[in-house]
Design a protein around this ligand. Sequence first.
Ligand code: ZN
Length: 160
Amino acid sequence: MTKETVHPRFLLRENLNKLARELRLLGYDAAIYKQISFYNLCRIAARENRILLTRSLSESKQKTNNQIILIKADYVDQQLRQIRAILQFDPSIIFSRCSLCNKMLYEIDKKKIINFVPEYVLTHYSHFRICRFCGHIYWEGDHHQAILKRLKNLFEEGKL
Ligand SMILES: [Zn+2]
């Protein structure tokens, strides 16, 4: 077996949707289950070995066997900074997941997506990936570079 870095997996409360998207962009498995009780959330987290992220003080104080982190900040950059210590900026997994639904992305041939992306995108880009779950198509455009730079800065800046 090849040696792989083990990245933590997360389960987030619905009101941490923006943080979940950022984690997915970084390549982390960041699941959200909508309208779920705290009890069921804990069961899933335990079964799937996920760290629970919540904004609720009372949830974070519950006696469970789960690892629970109370996210204190209101803004997503601050939230990400709070858990930065347990994350890595790992280029091998960045942009490997759908930021909308957390599923893995797959390379897709340009010929197959001709009817689904704007013409200028087809002219300028050659590598595409698709989420087989929601059908969203990703390509490495300018926005991709901007996101990469922002996330990298977040990891490289001094500790708060
Ligand atoms: Zn998707």
